[in-house]
Structures are given as structure tokens and as C-alpha cells.
Design a protein around this ligand. Structure first.
Ligand code: ADP
Ligand code: MP5
Length: 274
């Protein structure tokens, strides 16, 4: 049976709740074969980031060239990119190898408030990456930064901002409403033809929300090769994340915003035939 090979291009979070570590756990939990190109090391816990060590752009390029020259990749998730040099290296590799199903989580600032992308790299993300990927998954502050607008916190403004992100050249936009207030957590998916789908889940009462964006974008990438379309993959990925949040309090990890529980969704594991 053919494996489903999913690549994460992202930063390392030693606490295991976000970044590469969360991405790999999510891929495995959903039955994928996980691979990772690391863009930066962070010194990070559940309480925040104390230092970042960026991988030089040429070395990110070397990791991508070496891997993509050998392995068939079925989907890609892009997370923390740190600086413009790394953004350029990733955009060049996408141009050269054109992997399918590329999901960009335009990570800018951690939940703890620490910056994970240099402000001067936002322009490179906007012009070099946004038009090259299949889906972008900004949260509300990231959408505002990409558009150079004020942050908005209501559904009708979210819809307008998602449409303006499409006009920036994005193929599809999943605008995440985790930063809204209220009893539910609603995300909007805008398709290439402008059609908007709404995904609403109960807002889980937990402080363990470290890495929710990483987990959602990784789950979408892991599911895309095995789902009919983007709507289906986003729906199932959001269900997985909501359950991971519900189970987060089973874990006892750190004193700050802890991780979600990347439980194994056995229902999604590839089945051996014969
Ligand atoms: N407390 C919560 N309960 C349920 N879903 C949540 C909760 N917090 C965030 N989410 C969901 O997690 C995903 C990531 O949310 P968001 O916080 O907007 O992004 P980021 O982690 O990138 O800041 C979205 O699908 C959002 O709706
Ligand atoms: C390496 C890395 N990548 C991404 C995030 C964002 O996750 P969050 O917004 O939940 O802090 C993070 N904290 N660390």
C-alpha cells in the first residue's frame, strides 16, 4: 500500500505543543508518514519563547532540495519561517518542485506574544508565498497584518477580509476565528470561486490552546490527499482539533498554556489489505 507522505516546513518547539513537533504528531495521529524541514530552533516552553536560532536560508534550501529530490510528497504544511531569506528559500523550492496540496499557516506571533516572523518578512510572505500555495490559514491578527488593515472581530468583517486575502492572490483562505469571543469558534473557508463555507465548533473551555493553529493546518495537510475536496478536509481537521482540545486536560504539561492532545484517530489510520 502506498504511504501518504506529509512534509512540515516549520520551527521547532521543544515543549512539543506547537511547531514541527505538533505537526509530526498530528500527521502520525491521522495515519500519515511525517517529514520535517526545520526553519528555526526556538527555546520555548508553555509559558513563552526565550530565544530563537534561525536556520540560514541556504540550509533550508539544502534540506528541501535533498528531500524533494528523493521523496514523493503528497501534501505540505508551512509554519514558522522566521525571516525573509527563509521565505525566499521555501518559495524557490515550491517553484522548482511544485508539490501538491500546500497549506500555509502564516505564523507571525506565538500565543505568548513572542514574534516568530521578522516584520520585514511579511512582504515576502504576501508576494512570494501567498500566491503560490493552495490554502492559507491566517488567524485574525495575521489576516490584518497581511492586508495592512486593522484587526476585526466580527463575522461579517471576517468575511470581507477573507475575500480581500483571496484578491491578494491566495487560492483559498481559511480565516480562523479562535481569537473571537463567544461560545463557539467559527472559521471561514473561501474557495477560488468566492464561495464561503462556515465551520463552527463549540469553544472548549481550556487554557491548553498552545499550537491550535499548527495542529489544524497539519491535520488539513494530512487529510487533503485522502478527502474529496478542501471542504471535507477542513471539516474533518477541525473535528480532530476540537476533540484534541476536549482531551487537552488529560495532559499535565507545563505551567502555562499547555498543548492539545494529539490523540491517535484510529478511524483514519490506513488499513492493511489482504
Ligand atoms: N477554545 C477553543 N475551542 C475550540 N476551538 C478553538 C479554541 N481556540 C481556538 N480554536 C480553533 O483552533 C483553530 C486555531 O485557532 P486560532 O486561535 O484562531 O489560530 P492560531 O492558533 O493560529 O492563533 C481554529 O480552528 C479555531 O477556531
Ligand atoms: C515553533 C513554533 N511554531 C508555531 C508556533 C505558534 O503556535 P501558538 O500560536 O499556539 O503559540 C509556536 N509557538 N512555535
Amino acid at each position: 500500500m502506498s504511504s501518504c507522505n506529509i512534509l512540515s516546513i516549520a520551527g521547532s518547539d521543544p515543549s512539543g505543543g506547537a511547531g514541527i513537533q505538533a505537526d509530526l504528531k498530528t500527521f502520525s495521529a491521522l495515519g500519515g508518514y511525517g517529514m520535517a524541514v526545520i526553519t528555526a530552533l526556538t527555546a520555548q516552553s508553555t509559558t513563552g519563547v526565550t530565544a530563537v536560532h534561525e536556520v540560514p536560508g541556504h540550509f533550508v534550501a539544502a534540506q528541501l532540495e535533498t528531500l524533494l529530490g528523493d521523496v514523493r510528497v503528497d501534501a505540505v504544511k508551512i509554519g514558522m519561517l522566521a525571516n525573509a531569506e527563509v521565505v525566499e528559500a521555501v518559495a524557490d523550492a515550491l517553484d522548482r518542485h511544485a508539490p501538491p496540496h500546500v497549506v500555509l499557516d502564516p505564523v507571525m506571533v506565538a500565543k505568548s506574544g513572542d514574534r516568530l516572523l521578522a516584520p520585514e518578512a511579511i512582504e515576502a510572505v504576501r508576494t512570494r508565498l501567498v500566491p503560490r500555495v493552495d490554502l492559507i490559514t491566517p488567524n485574525l491578527p495575521e489576516a490584518a497584518e497581511l492586508l495592512g488593515e486593522e484587526e476585526r472581530h466580527d463575522l461579517s468583517s471576517m468575511r470581507e477580509q477573507a475575500e480581500r486575502l483571496l484578491a491578494l492572490g491566495a487560492r483559498r483562505v481559511l480565516l480562523k476565528g479562535g481569537h473571537l469571543q463567544g461560545e463557539s469558534s467559527t472559521d471561514l473557508l473561501v474557495a477560488p470561486d468566492g464561495r464561503v463555507a462556515t465551520f463552527t465548533a463549540e469553544r472548549v473551555a481550556t487554557r491548553n490552546t498552545h499550537g491550535t493553529g499548527c495542529t489544524l493546518s497539519s491535520a488539513i495537510a494530512a487529510l487533503l490527499p485522502r478527502r474529496r475536496d478542501y471542504d471535507d478536509a477542513v471539516r474533518d481537521a477541525k473535528d480532530y482539533l476540537t476533540e484534541a482540545l476536549r482531551r487537552a486536560d488529560d495532559l499535565d504539561v507545563g505551567r502555562g498554556k499547555g498543548p492539545t492532545h494529539h490523540f491517535h484517530a484510529w478511524w483514519d489510520a490506513p488499513r492493511r489489505r489482504g
